[in-house]
Design a protein around this ligand. Structure first.
Ligand SMILES: [Mn+2]
Length: 321
């Protein structure tokens, strides 16, 4: 059995606004590339772990794009590999709130290949997998206790136990201060074979869990902002039901180079000094773009005190004044 595990596609992201159109295109292209690779692999299940969309309100054309891509994904695998895949999706913090989310736009009664979890129905099961899909909650520990644990207690048979989350995981990821997170101990309590977690945008390696299961965060499909590393893509898991599954990283090359080169000084300097430093940064960046043969954006935050030499109005100090 083959899985595709992806997250944080952020379709519709337009920040920084000065380059909004380029940014929108970067995210739709990354998603298109992911769909191409998943069709080629011919997986049985696709897990989309939250933040499929960038926000609650979107251009209709982008909603149409996602709808069409998911349809292409399902029909592509059916035609090329002879089986219809199942696409499972949970709500991320960018997709909206409980009971009002962007995923409503892509729900369709005829799209049998699509399963979108909601607040009341957090279980998908068939004879091969038992999937609990929990959307984003600020108080994740409480939602986990109240919803996820009972849902796994209800599981019967020997289908693979899979948990989909959109939250940080302590002990696996570098977590920003004061953010809510689940611990590995908490995850192991429901004895999952797989935990797929979106929300953290960095690629993480599969981590074996003490119960024999696996924890996996693929990260975002594109560069979300200037601070991220360009190691983007998603995972395919082969022999998912076996004792030794094979995790395959499918890289997606970011469309643009995004570079941040700060210019700072801890003492006061004339404006011309800053101008020179900025120019150096730009020149270096142009070199880099030539080398990698790619377009890109450069952000140069400038910080430091200003010192303006006094020339015009200065005169010798006369002690008698
Ligand atoms: Mn995200």
């Amino acid at each position: 059995m083959k899985f595709a595990v992806l997250a944080d596609a952020h379709i519709g992201r337009s920040i920084p606004l000065a380059i909004a159109e380029h940014r929108r295109r970067a995210f739709t292209e990354a998603f298109r590339k992911a769909v191409d690779a998943i069709i080629e692999a011919g997986v049985e299940y696709i897990f989309i772990c939250g933040d499929l969309f960038e926000r609650r309100t979107l251009r209709p054309s982008l909603v149409q794009f996602v709808h069409d891509e998911l349809y292409r994904l399902a029909t592509g695998i059916t035609e090329q590999h002879g089986h219809e895949p199942k696409i499972l999706i949970i709500r991320g913090n960018h997709d909206g709130r409980p009971l009002s989310d962007t995923l409503d736009y892509i729900r369709h009664p005829l799209a049998k290949y699509l399963h979108i979890f909601d607040e009341e129905n957090i279980v998908y099961s068939d004879d091969r997998v038992y999937v609990v899909g929990l959307g984003y909650y600020e108080n994740i520990a409480k939602a986990y206790e109240k919803l996820v644990k009972p849902a796994f207690k209800r599981a019967e048979g020997d289908a693979l136990r899979i948990l989909m989350l959109h939250t940080f995981i302590k002990g696996y990821q570098d977590i920003p201060p004061y953010s809510s997170a689940l611990t590995i101990d908490e995850l192991v309590e429901v004895d999952p074979r797989y935990v797929f977690a979106g929300h953290h945008h960095e690629r993480h390696k599969p981590k074996p869990l003490p119960n024999g299961g696996w924890l996996l965060t693929p990260g975002s499909l594109e560069m979300y902002d200037f601070g991220e590393k360009p190691d983007k893509g998603f995972y395919i898991i082969e022999d998912a039901e076996s004792e030794r599954p094979n995790f395959k990283w499918i890289p997606i090359e970011p469309m643009h180079v995004m570079r941040r080169i700060p210019v700072t000084s801890d003492r006061r300097r004339p404006p011309s000094w800053y101008a020179e430093q900025i120019l150096e940064a730009v020149k270096g960046f142009i070199e880099e773009l030539r080398r990698v043969n790619k377009p890109g954006y450069l952000r140069v935050p400038v910080r430091g005190g200003l010192y303006t030499p006094i020339t015009k109005f200065s005169r010798p100090v006369n002690p008698s004044d």
